[in-house]
Design a protein around this ligand. Structure first.
Ligand SMILES: [Zn+2]
Ligand SMILES: [Zn+2]
Ligand SMILES: [Zn+2]
Length: 83
């Protein structure tokens, strides 16, 4: 259920308009942070690609920089990842 709160700032609204509520890489929800972070917060936002898959910023950055993924593909559908 999505509650619209007019006074919320746009960043907060955007954060909740993700297609999925868990990260496809670490499987943690987006209201928690990735395994690399100790506390949830704005330093670890969800990041959506053009394929509409959404991951923690740190998770997708780590994935894209991995030597196992030289073509920089989305881990969910193996399409080239584009922001
Ligand atoms: Zn994650
Ligand atoms: Zn993080
Ligand atoms: Zn994808």
């Amino acid at each position: 259920m999505r509650v619209k709160v007019k006074s919320w700032n746009t960043v907060a609204i955007w954060r909740w308009e993700v297609n999925d509520d868990i990260c496809g890489i670490c499987r943690n929800p987006f209201d928690a942070c990735c395994p690399s972070c100790r506390v949830p917060g704005d330093d670890c936002p969800p990041m959506a690609g053009q394929c509409r898959h959404t991951f923690h910023l740190h998770c997708i950055v780590k994935w894209l920089s991995s030597d196992n993924n030289p073509e920089q593909l989305c881990p969910m559908d193996r399409q080239p990842w584009r922001k």
